[in-house]
Unconditional design. Structure first.
Lengths: 338, 396
């Protein structure tokens, strides 16, 4: 009797194991009617709720673009705020369909965590913020300074590498939650706050007196930040990747949310293909042929979301720099849609 | 003569399934099988899911270079250390704050608990207010309060409060000179050990004498005198000396000396304050559980105040106090994991925080961490049970 029960239990476990290998993510997403998107707890310009409690930011726009491509509705998306510790587990466990949360693309993450990086939404690098009246001019002056860091980030490792390489004394205070990191820096527990330069600018914009703090000139690492999906579902990976490319391609071709309807009548074959007037590019993704049109109509092109969220006219005030298109001196580059 | 069969001596053989013994066995087998099946299902499901997620698993990461920094470590630590060393550092930091917390929470808890029973209205009300306020606010909020309140209240590094003996208090913690004994100092330790042996012998002798003659001997004062006297005498004769490494302000921070970071201070303080409130209630309950008749009986025997407490009341109260006290100690140890929130590098922060994230081995790291807390708790329980067995009522 016991044996029988055990074998039933084993059979049940195997059966459940088999169902655990999920069906296509796109089908699940279509069935539930929205994209579940993992974001930060609030990094202005990247993902943060605005004064009306609507999520905004360049990474939020990416999720909205995916929703627009799938549902023709940029609001068919729900957001889950994740700490940097929770993010990969939440993604691989299926809590979120896509993770768009200032996540740095590294080899170990790409190959060992069962996740796939889609592309580089934002080229960033790690920097240091200090108080102006400390009179620090270079990161090389920071030997022995107390440094506030968020736990479980590439930042933690880069900083350790940088200090070791330059023979400087390294002295950190590590917090699980970014809010505590910033608060501890503001309260004077640390001399230095280090994270991606863009996030430094974003956090500084929240301080009471932003001008009392400066960001040192050194950028000590490459931080390619991009959206991430679960590994193993090629279709879903392609949807995410080509959503990103469509944003870039639209900017390159001069198609924006303002002129997208006019551009439907364009004679440019590249625009025709992008907007689904010519060719058949939606079906292989499992999407409508107007998928890119829907993205541009509802969210805009890459330049629009950049300027709206982190560009020079926003409180974050970041120049395009590396994030300009390749033809404008940056390294944002989309393969052709053909 | 035929024997009359009353049907009494034969067991009432009901049908097979109505036999209580057989039924009992069947129930147990079924429950055991279901439990085993459930566990197998969990394991199988986890393995299948991990495989489906294309994740790398295993414990090999423990022997890889960690590459991050740990701000407060009892062991030598560098970025080239291994993950298993990170585990040890976290473990020791957890143990340190737990031991310090338990020590002070016990002292404070007993004091407050006794104060609550005081006949002085102000003392007992203060104790009551303390207990009610502290017990009813979540610990995490208290820790945030202590940490950020302390940070805000403390001066910046360059304007440190200077204390006597080259000690400093500022936002970066408490810095005191670090004693560095020379080689001769070994004799002082030997002297101290001998003095302790002497004190133990003295106590034994005084007790025997009390039992035989009823004469008292001032054991406490003599013990202190022996400890201090012998140790200083050896120190003086051997010519040992102690150098002090004084903390010195450098460009950003103090260097040298012994430094206690504010994260540790806030966590130890918060845990002490919080747990002491619970211990106080336990102590009050334990003392009130000893009936007043015991006090009166002791008085009628002519015992002095001190002896009445030490020989009659406290031993009986302890029997009631020890079991709940044990669970408070366990709570404190487990609650120390909240230190991760205020940046204290204890086990959860270092191992199932940073290490988990840098390696992505969620199940492995969490399993090890849970196992550690389980072991701590069982060990604390075992020690307290042993102590409980010693103080419990001996029935004759």
């Amino acid at each position: 009797m016991q044996k029988a029960l055990v074998s039933i239990a084993v059979a049940a476990s195997l059966g459940l194991g088999a169902t655990a290998a999920q069906a296509a993510i796109l089908d699940d997403v279509k069935a539930k009617g929205y994209v579940q998107c993992g974001v930060t707890g609030g990094v202005p310009g990247f993902s943060a709720p605005d004064s009306n409690n609507v999520w905004t930011g360049i990474e939020v726009d990416f999720c909205r673009a995916m929703a627009a491509a799938i549902f023709n509705d940029a609001d068919a998306v729900r957001f889950t705020s994740l700490t940097s510790q929770e993010r990969f587990t939440a993604l691989s466990a299926g809590e979120v369909d896509v993770l768009s949360r200032t996540t740095t693309w590294t080899m170990s993450r790409d190959t060992q965590l069962g996740i796939s990086f889609v592309g580089t939404m934002f080229y960033d690098g790690q920097g240091f913020m200090v108080r102006k009246d400390d009179g620090i001019e270079s990161a090389l002056d920071l030997s022995g300074a107390a440094i506030c860091i968020e736990s479980g980030t590439t930042t933690e490792l880069n900083a350790a590498d940088y200090f070791a390489a330059n023979g400087m004394e390294f002295n950190t205070v590590v917090f699980v939650d970014q809010d505590e990191v910033v608060k501890a820096y503001e309260d004077g527990r640390c001399d230095v706050y280090t994270t991606d330069s863009s996030a430094l600018a974003a956090e500084r914009s929240k301080f009471a007196n932003p001008d009392d703090h400066i960001i040192l000139p050194e950028v000590i690492s490459k931080e390619p930040l991009g959206p991430v999906v679960r590994a193993g579902d090629t279709q879903w990976f392609n949807i995410a990747r080509w959503t990103y490319f469509a944003l870039l391609e639209a900017e390159e071709l001069g198609v924006s949310s303002a002129n997208v309807d006019e551009q439907l009548g364009s004679d440019n074959p590249a625009i025709k293909r992008l907007l689904g007037v010519e060719g058949e590019f939606g079906a292989p993704l499992g999407l409508d042929n107007a998928w890119a049109y829907q993205i541009i109509k509802h969210v805009g092109n890459y330049a629009e979301t950049y300027e709206r969220n982190v560009g020079p006219s926003t409180p974050i005030g970041l120049e395009r720099g590396l994030n300009a298109l390749w033809k404008d001196g940056g390294i944002q580059y989309s393969p052709p849609i053909r | 003569m035929t024997t009359l069969d009353t049907g009494r001596d034969a067991a009432p053989r009901a049908s097979f399934f109505n036999d209580p013994v057989i039924r009992g066995i069947i129930y147990q087998v079924v429950v055991a099988a279901l439990l085993l099946g459930f566990i197998l299902w969990i394991i199988g499901n986890t393995a299948a899911n991990l495989a489906a997620q294309n994740k790398t698993t295993g414990f090999d990461f423990l022997w890889r270079t960690a590459g991050f920094d740990i701000s407060f470590s009892l062991l030598p630590w560098s970025r080239a250390s291994y993950y298993w060393e990170a585990f040890l550092v976290g473990l020791l930091n957890t143990l340190l704050v737990a031991v310090v917390g338990i020590f002070f929470a016990t002292i404070l808890g007993f004091t407050i608990g006794i104060a609550r029973l005081s006949t002085n209205f102000i003392v007992s009300s203060l104790a009551t207010v303390y207990i009610e306020v502290i017990r009813n606010i979540p610990l995490l909020l208290q820790l945030f309060f202590w940490y950020f309140a302390v940070l805000k209240a403390m001066p910046a590094v360059r304007n440190s409060f200077e204390l006597p003996f080259d000690s400093f208090i500022n936002q970066r913690g408490i810095m005191i000179p670090k004693p560095i004994p020379d080689e001769q100092f070994g004799f002082v330790w030997i002297g101290l050990a001998l003095a302790i042996l002497g004190v133990i012998a003295l106590r034994y002798w005084a007790r025997k004498r009390l039992e035989q003659t009823g004469k008292r001997f001032p054991v406490f004062v003599t013990s202190v005198a022996i400890l201090i006297g012998v140790t200083s005498l050896v120190f003086w004769i051997s010519g040992a000396s102690v150098d002090f490494e004084v903390p010195v302000l450098e460009r950003f921070n103090f260097r040298g000396g012994l430094q206690l970071p504010p994260e540790f201070v806030a966590l130890a303080f918060g845990l002490t304050i919080y747990t002491a409130a619970f211990i106080a209630e336990t102590v009050r309950g334990g003392i009130q559980a000893v009936s007043h008749g015991q006090t009166e009986a002791a008085e009628s025997l002519g015992l002095k105040d001190n002896d009445r407490l030490r020989l009659v009341i406290v031993p009986q109260a302890l029997r009631v106090i020890i079991p709940p006290l044990t669970s408070q100690y366990l709570n404190l140890t487990k609650n120390s994991s909240l230190g991760a929130a205020i940046g204290y590098p204890e086990l959860v922060n270092v191992f199932s925080g940073t290490s988990l994230n840098q390696t992505g081995r969620a199940i492995e790291c969490i399993a090890i961490t849970m196992l550690v807390y389980l072991t701590f708790s069982l060990l604390t329980s075992a020690i307290m049970n042993w102590y409980n067995a010693r103080v419990k009522l001996v029935e004759r």
